[in-house]
Design a protein around this ligand. Structure first.
Ligand SMILES: *[C@@H]1O[C@H](CO)[C@@H](O)[C@H](O)[C@H]1NC(C)=O
Ligand SMILES: *[C@@H]1O[C@H](CO)[C@@H](O)[C@H](O)[C@H]1NC(C)=O
Length: 932
């Protein structure tokens, strides 16, 4: 939550209507209102002044080094081109002799990347090129003048270029001029003063905001002056560009021509607007380009400063023929898809992912930035939140009402009002007088609690965190070196400087059970407002000339602030349980690497159909950017969802990775049991379905933690040549198993579903009826209880179909296997089992098993043979869909003992479904079921 506007309503008593009026765009900069964006975006393609000095090239096993000169200024830069394993290159360009060091991002990479060998293939002095290759068949041609990098796949096809358009800029640090330079001085400084030189070279100083900048009532002192950088990346074989979350926009990125670039700057945007390139809470600077040939490449721009991204995505797969005809006639060529990153400061540090498949690219990115750790099982179950559950009695009554109505529930959340007047790490003495008892009551039923801890600290005498922070110097400083003061929920606040290891240590220790009375290992943490949100700051955040640890300005590190908070929280929760419990953290701000510590939600959305629909592209963009654990406030944060919208939202949320209902303090209460009986029944059904699929979610998160592949997946990841679905926003896959097309439209009686795979002979099965469906466009009738979900033929899903009050109570419940046969009568799927909460799986206490159906045998075998877990869960039922000729009999064979026993079969002729009842075999050891 985080509605700063309502905060002002409360504090100053302004009367602002609670009807949604939409984002107040006046609070946020356009590119034109930001000096560096304005400067960099003015540059026109062509005529790059950068030259690679060929005679400075040297090669050291895995790194090519060379000098680059900006011929306009005669300033030198140092290039390192590094070959990494797994189809990845890194390009780093820094000033050779900067006046001061430029900021190099820390904390994001998950360790030092592993290098590959790099060799010179050819040096062509006449052409001014040098060609190098890694050990994996990829090569790069560096062009000297103008500077350009061309990346080739092993088939020697050009797949990506840097500076093809000549839009690279590296503003070198310089002394602040007392007055604009005369032509004479420019000559003395070695600057070209020819009338023919491109206009750019004078713009950085001439821009009125180059050395100080005003925005509304805020003044930015910019002590280092201009230090912007940009680079264009073109994708000659692609048609679509994806990534760079977080934006409330379509999944396939749109061309930014004629509008503002996509902005990456973590901001607390009140009532964010849809179909917008505006920045919101998160910023992950990774983009992917995909083409009709099924191949993908990617680029990761490692920079934590404010960044804008221009996108050109001119060609759609289908329009190719038409547009090339048009081009033939008009003589122009359609622009190549491209992105151009423009950042305010820092070293140019970028990674190139060569793919070739979408999965390869997504893995290449998570190999660098890490994966989500395996979550506890409860984290994948249903979460109930509100700003706020008022007191202990309220918490108890919510829980009781879920139980009374047989609605599964794993977690109750407390927003800021549980604290003693917004002082984190304290409890309200009256409304939450017995936190320990409240927590114990809840957790005795296997449930958990999540409470909020924000990064701002109330400046109040006697508040221990404030006193410690003041005395020990733990706060971010303002430009004058004093503790920075801003306004947030508590009123006057200061902000912990998580960049200082001493601060992170202090902060993480606050979570220890002795230090945070009333909590237990079953209390998990929600870090909100960590963009950071500052109600009276420029663009509702911290001034850029604030100073962090190491003397870096906030400008250099802004997008990292939240990452370092959750890193501190994660370390605290680990220490709290002595490394025995997997922490759960939810964060609002996000950056590259966030997935290693926390789940993400899409912030303060609204109870509107369009906000329901946008949850899909928003979470998909996060998913391919490393952050698989994503969800949206079910029901919408602002406003009240009427029954139909609420039902549809639960149905959608039940099939998204993070499943939490949340609402604003001023909205009508809307726990599921407060709706009419029929609506409640539909909501209960949606939540129960979530619980029935928990083994699948858990398995996919386990696999994500190993492979780095997303859990929620775009269609093109598994159907990379299905050009019609490259920009679909209302469908996605869960793993390789399910296709989900939530109903996000009001009052519809049918929806169109695009089932992919006509060229590969795919079959899809409606999960409600087991009806086999052919690929293509499907007109799916939808009653209010229908959730359009389809299981892919060729997969086996493990489910648990006995309904309990919480996931913990299901641990020993039996499994039902849903075998969906492919056209060639095969199917396979994986299942992961462990204790659901501890780290003992890291010592081999787990089961990772393969289920395979082939040649009339269903087999259950261990993938990791050295691991084991004494699960009490057993197999209750096997459902085989697509069984055209029923077997006469079936037999269970235990592989360890060689014993076998006959099984009971039921065949449903109407839909070709075979049911094996009660095999009653343990899931702890391998077995086969043989059909004859
Ligand atoms: C804990 O549960 C008991 C038994 O239901 C109840 O009497 C008590 O009030 C609860 N305590 C809190 C703090 O909710
Ligand atoms: C059956 O089809 C699947 C794809 O649907 C394929 O991966 C598999 O190799 C095929 N198996 C056989 C035995 O042909």
């Amino acid at each position: 939550m985080g509605s700063w506007k309502l905060y002002f309503v409360a504090v100053f008593g302004f009367l602002i209507s609670h009807t949604v009026v939409g984002v107040d765009k006046n609070n946020f900069k356009t590119c034109d209102q930001s000096s560096f964006c304005r400067r960099l975006r003015k540059l026109n393609p062509g005529n790059s002044p950068y030259e690679l000095l060929l005679d400075t090239v040297s090669l050291d096993k895995h790194t090519l080094s060379a000098d680059i000169r900006n011929n306009n200024y005669n300033v030198l830069f140092k290039l390192n081109l590094i070959a990494l394993v797994d189809g990845t290159f890194r390009v780093v360009i820094d000033e050779k002799q900067p006046l001061k060091p430029r900021y190099k991002v820390e904390y994001v990479l998950n360790g030092e990347p592993t290098v590959d060998k790099l060799t010179v293939v050819e040096k062509n002095q006449n052409a001014g090129t040098i060609k190098v290759a890694n050990g994996q068949g990829h090569s790069v041609i560096l062009h000297s003048k103008p500077l350009k990098f061309d990346f080739f796949n092993p088939q020697n096809e050009l797949v990506l270029s840097l500076n093809e358009k000549g839009l690279t800029t590296l503003e070198h640090l310089r002394h602040k001029p007392d007055h604009p330079k005369t032509d004479e001085e420019k000559k003395e400084d070695g600057e070209n003063n020819d009338d023919n030189v491109p206009e750019l070279q004078y713009q950085e100083e001439n821009d009125p905001g180059a050395w100080e900048e005003n925005y509304k009532s805020h003044h930015d002192t910019k002590p280092r002056g201009p230090e912007g950088l940009s680079m264009d990346v073109t994708f000659p074989k692609a048609t679509h560009v994806y990534g760079i979350p977080e934006h409330a926009d379509s999944f396939a990125l749109k061309s930014t021509k004629g509008q503002d670039p996509y902005r990456l700057y973590n901001l607390d945007v009140f009532e964010y607007e849809l179909d917008s390139t505006m920045a919101i809470y998160g910023a992950v600077p990774v983009a992917y380009a995909h083409g009709a040939d099924g191949n993908t490449v990617g680029v990761f721009w490692l920079n934590a400063a404010e960044t804008w991204v221009d996108v050109e995505a001119g060609r759609s797969g289908r329009a190719d023929v038409v547009s090339s005809l048009v081009n033939l006639v008009s003589g122009s060529t359609a622009p190549l898809p491209s992105v151009r990153f423009m950042s305010e400061s820092g070293v140019l540090d970028t990674f190139i992912f060569m793919g070739p498949s979408p999965s390869d690219c997504f893995r290449q990115y998570t190999k660098l930035t890490g994966t989500a750790n395996l979550p506890q099982m409860f984290a994948l179950a249903y979460h109930q939140c509100r700003w706020n559950y008022n007191d202990e009695e309220d918490v108890r009554s919510v829980e009781e009402n879920f139980d009374r109505n047989d609605i599964p529930l794993d977690v109750i959340w407390l927003d800021i009002e549980y604290t003693d007047r917004k002082k984190y790490f304290t409890w309200d003495a009256i409304r939450f007088a017995h936190p320990n008892e409240m927590v114990t009551n809840l957790t005795s039923k296997g449930r958990k609690m999540v409470i909020i801890i924000d990064p701002h600290i109330k400046r109040e005498g006697g508040y221990f965190v404030h006193e410690d922070a003041t005395n020990q110097g733990l706060y971010v400083k303002n430009k004058d070196g004093k503790d920075y003061e801003g306004w947030c929920w508590p009123g006057s606040s200061s902000y912990l400087d998580f960049f200082d290891p001493k601060v992170r240590k202090y902060y993480s220790e606050r979570y220890l059970l002795d230090n945070f009375q009333g909590t237990t290992n079953d209390v998990h943490i929600w870090n909100d407002m960590n963009e950071p949100s500052v109600f009276n700051g420029p663009e509702i955040t911290m001034p850029k000339d604030c100073i962090h640890y190491g003397d870096w300005e906030h400008r250099h590190v802004h997008n990292l602030y939240g990452l370092l908070q959750i890193k501190g929280t994660y370390e605290g929760l680990m220490e709290r349980s002595k490394n025995t419990r997997r922490p759960f953290i939810l964060t609002r701000s996000a950056f590259a690497g966030t997935q290693r510590y926390a789940a993400v939600w899409t912030g303060d959305n609204a109870a509107e159909w369009s906000h329901l629909a946008v949850t899909i592209p928003m979470c998909l963009s996060f998913a391919i950017s490393g952050v698989s654990f994503c969800g949206a406030d079910v029901g919408g944060f602002f406003k009240y969802p009427e029954a139909e919208l609420m039902t549809r939202w639960y149905q959608a949320g039940a099939f998204q990775p993070f499943f939490r209902a949340h609402s604003h303090i001023d909205t009508k209460r809307r726990e599921p049991y407060l709706y009419d009986a029929q609506t409640m029944a539909h909501i209960r059904d949606a939540i129960r379905r979530r619980y029935s699929y928990l083994p699948l979610w858990y398995t996919l998160f386990y696999e994500h933690s190993i492979s780095g592949l997303p859990v929620m997946r775009p269609i093109f990841m598994h159907f990379p040549k299905e050009t019609d679905l490259f920009s679909i926003d209302n469908e996605y896959l869960i793993g390789n198993y399910l296709l989900v097309r939530p109903v996000t439209e009001e009052g519809v009686s049918s929806v169109t579903v695009h089932l992919p795979g006509s060229s590969t002979g795919e079959i899809w099965y409606d999960v409600d009826t087991y009806q086999p469906l052919q690929p293509g466009k499907l007109n799916q009738p939808v009653t209010i209880s229908k959730i359009p979900v389809y299981q892919r033929g060729g997969t086996i899903i493990s489910k648990k179909e006995r309904m309990r009050r919480s996931s913990a109570l299901m641990a020993n419940d039996p499994y039902t296997l849903i075998v969906a046969l492919s056209a060639n009568h095969t199917a396979e799927g994986n299942l992961y089992i462990d204790d659901g909460e501890s780290f003992s799986y890291k010592e081999g206490k787990y089961i990772y098993a393969k289920l395979n159906y082939q040649n009339n045998v269903l087999s259950y075998s261990l993938i990791d043979k050295h691991a084991s877990y004494p699960t009490k869960a057993w197999l209750e039922r096997v459902v085989i869909a697509g069984m055209k000729t029923p077997p006469k009999k079936a037999e269970l064979r235990m592989l360890a003992t060689g014993t076998s026993s006959p099984l009971h079969l039921t065949y449903h002729t109407g839909n070709d479904v075979l049911v094996v009842r009660k095999p009653e075999v343990s899931m702890a050891a391998p077995w086969n079921i043989v059909f004859e």
